[in-house]
Unconditional design. Structure first.
Ligand code: GLP
Length: 236
């Protein structure tokens, strides 16, 4: 495990974008696992800049996102599909058909979870998975619980996650109470993992990286992964 501390959010974003860019240069048809939240916005901005400079070509890249809220369609500004289009996909030469986000609006969410898990497998799995982390240690939307959920599944969000994420919604009541997310097993199958977070997450990161490996702190499972880089920035 590599742990890098940067002085600024911009520095963290450049480092993270360089790692992702390096993956794209090494393997132009790679599969990138992507995340949402405020932490990766700067990373995506830097990737767009590097694309505009002609350094990166996304024409053969495929992406799979970690999670999506249930009940929001892709054109809802609070959906993760919208977030990804807005911050990254609309600004690079990726084929939109190669960008994948679980369908939180599916009538049969259980079937959608099985489909998404199988789909990731069918394209050869994730080469590099970008992650953020919740204050309670959640990764994707794997909330603290008594076991590590293996595959893509639907979850009930905890009050603390709903509260934290409500800052992005007009009203707290608008925050969906459920989400569909890659499981811990899905995430752990990625070849490489890159976790980025601001200073406000220092305590939960320490607990995750140096504490007991337990599903009560979902990110603690990363201690068992062979190739994890964590970048923490001082200011956001
Ligand atoms: N589902 C996402 C997570 O994948 C993300 O890691 C977390 C932290 O977000 P932020 O980076 O805004 O702190 O937010 C949401 O809950």
């Amino acid at each position: 495990m590599r742990i890098i501390k940067t002085n600024t959010y911009e520095e963290m974003s450049v480092l993270a974008a360089n790692m992702i860019g390096g993956q794209v240069l090494l393997k132009p048809n790679c599969v990138l696992g992507l995340a949402t939240g405020s932490s990766p916005i700067g990373t995506y901005k830097t990737l767009v800049e590097n694309y505009e400079k002609g350094i990166l070509d996304f024409s053969r890249v495929q992406t799979v996102n970690l999670d999506e809220y249930c009940g929001l369609s892709g054109d809802n500004p609070n959906s993760y599909r919208y977030f990804m289009n807005h911050h990254l996909f609309d600004h690079i030469n990726i084929d939109k058909a190669n960008t994948h986000v679980p369908n939180g609006n599916a009538v049969d969410l259980e079937a959608e979870a099985i489909r998404y898990e199988k789909f990731i497998e069918s394209i050869g799995g994730v080469d590099l998975q970008l992650l953020g982390i919740g204050h309670n240690g959640h990764i994707g939307f794997n909330e603290p619980t008594t076991y590590f959920p293996k595959d893509v599944h639907t979850v009930n969000l905890t009050e603390s996650t709903i509260n934290a994420n409500s800052r992005l919604f007009e009203r707290r009541e608008d925050v969906p109470t459920q989400a569909i997310t890659m499981g811990i097993g899905t995430i752990m199958k990625a070849n490489k993992i890159l976790l980025i977070a601001g200073e406000d997450k220092t305590d939960i990161i320490e607990k995750s990286l140096y504490g007991k490996v337990t599903p009560e702190v979902p990110a603690s499972v990363l201690q068992l992964h062979k190739d994890v880089t964590v970048i923490i920035c001082k200011k956001k």
